[in-house]
Design a protein around this ligand. Structure first.
Ligand code: NDP
Length: 447
């Protein structure tokens, strides 16, 4: 790490002692920036790193709501408006009991660089709450979302800050949030993405992160004259990203053999076919059940309680659940079992020990901020359609998504080559995103 970056890292740790995930995300970026900081002293002269590590605005608020039994309940709400150098703040909302300020700051920080890679004009933001939608009735989720939006609506808008979904925030929650936004602001605008198709949503937005991650894997494989055809793939998570990863990998000839949730993993050696995936979608999105129920419907599969999928032999792994779900030991297991492609659908799913191993072994490793950028990219396309008051057909959005994922792959791999580390897409993604945002900040003066 350069001396400038190292000074900034010390500052981040000192100023944010209770935010290890934020420090981890900043370190991963700073570790990559040595050559670019050395080549362009203007970034240090104009304090670009000092500015980048401080959010432009952090909003924290109380979210009061009443449960079905009539009890008063209180949760915490957050919105981090991290950087608007290249466009309005953009990033999802996460509802999960593990949410705290440091987690959302890490996600918003990552989002700055990810959004810069998409080729679209979007700044970085993220938000959410420690509210847990699991086990809550639809009415309770609606009351919570309405209360959350009653406060959040003060800070967002289609040219200001445009939230979307993330863990625990799917179509149902976006509907309730949008309804309350529209009611209070008395406007039908594109201030939230991931909307239902009948009311301003885009085709392919639900599919976009999983499809995009799969297209990214395909681009990496093509660079070695290979493809997904016949590849055994492990997928973690069983939510939005995991489901559409399984769908697209299967369509492209791969075989997905696992899914998981925070309780355990299912292993289906026969592969999760289209029919089995429909069962999973009904189980998770409608009945809101647990992944263990899969083995009751498909008894040739096995369920392993308390285990993640990384001990299963595979060619390609698609971590699609949450941060730090692959540690050094998991990474070693994957590599020992012959895995040579890791494509991150989730944000920062691999811890620093795991990342080091993947880079040392020179496998095809697609870091989250490049590989999972398809979700926010199609959110950007939803904003574009809303601004024009039109809908693009499904094929059009899918074609644009494929073009964007190819452009991201090409730019990050070209940058890695330019800076002397061919194949290191972590470095390629961090430098490409940084240069775009840093130059915009220089152009706009000291703000
Ligand atoms: P969902 O809420 O739809 O699904 C999340 C899945 O991950 C569930 O199966 C959940 O299991 C599991 N999970 C969540 N937290 C944990 C945990 N602490 N330990 C183990 N498993 C966990 O979320 P998404 O699919 O939307 O998001 C998955 C990942 O993809 C996240 O990292 C998110 O930031 C990232 N991402 C999502 C985008 C999107 O468009 N949705 C865009 C880009 C990235 P359980 O039900 O037990 O909680």
């Amino acid at each position: 790490m350069s001396s400038y970056a190292s000074r900034i890292m010390d500052l981040v740790v000192k100023r944010n002692p209770a935010e290890p995930e934020f420090a981890q995300a900043v370190k991963e970026v700073l570790d990559s920036l040595g050559p670019v900081l050395e080549r362009h002293p203007k970034y240090e002269k104009h304090l670009i790193l000092e500015r980048l590590i401080e959010p432009e605005r952090v909003v924290m608020f109380r979210v009061p709501w009443t449960d079905e039994q009539g009890n008063d309940r209180i949760n915490r709400g957050f919105r981090i408006e991290f950087n608007s150098a290249i466009g309005p703040y953009k990033g999802g909302l996460r509802f999960h009991p593990t949410v705290h300020l440091g987690v959302l700051k890490f996600l918003a920080f990552e989002q700055i660089f990810k959004n810069a890679l998409t080729t679209l004009p979007m700044g970085g933001g993220k938000g959410g709450s420690d509210f847990d939608p699991k086990g809550k009735s639809d009415v309770e989720v609606m009351r919570f979302c309405q209360s959350f939006m009653t406060e959040l609506q003060r800070y967002i808008g289609d040219n200001v800050d445009v939230p979307a979904g993330d863990i625990g925030v799917g179509g149902r929650e976006i509907g309730f949030l949008f309804g309350q936004y529209k009611r209070i602001r008395n406007e039908f605008s594109g201030a939230i993405t991931g909307k239902g198709f009948n009311w301003g949503g885009s085709y392919i937005r639900p599919e976009a992160t999983g499809y995009g991650a799969t297209y990214f894997a395909q681009n990496m494989l093509e660079s070695r004259g290979d493809s997904l055809q016949g590849k055994i793939c492990t997928v973690s998570g069983s939510g939005n990203v995991a489901q559409y990863t399984v769908e697209k990998v299967t369509q492209l000839g791969g075989k997905c053999v696992s899914l998981s949730d925070s309780n355990g993993t299912i292993y289906d050696p026969d592969g999760i076919s289209e029919e089995k995936l429909h069962y999973v979608m009904e189980l998770k999105n409608v009945r809101r059940g647990r992944i263990r129920e899969y083995v009751e419907a498909f008894p040739t599969a096995v369920y392993k309680e308390g285990v993640r999928p990384w001990g299963i032999r595979c060619d390609c792994a698609f971590p699609s659940a949450t941060q730090n779900e692959i540690n050094g030991e998991d990474a070693k297991m994957l590599l020992d079992n012959g895995c040579f492609v890791v494509t991150e659908g989730a944000n920062m799913p691999t811890d620093p020990d795991g990342v080091r191993l993947f880079l040392e072994r020179k496998i095809l490793y697609g870091p989250g901020k490049a590989a999972n950028a398809g979700g926010v990219a199609v959110s950007g396309l939803e904003m574009a359609q809303n601004a024009q008051h039109i809908y693009w057909p499904r094929e059009e959005v899918d074609r644009r998504l494929q073009e964007i994922m190819r452009a991201i792959y090409t730019s990050v791999s070209d940058t890695a080559k330019e800076y002397g580390c061919p194949g290191n897409l972590v470095m390629g993604a961090n430098i490409t995103g940084f240069v775009k945002v840093a130059n915009a900040m220089l152009d706009q003066g000291l703000v």
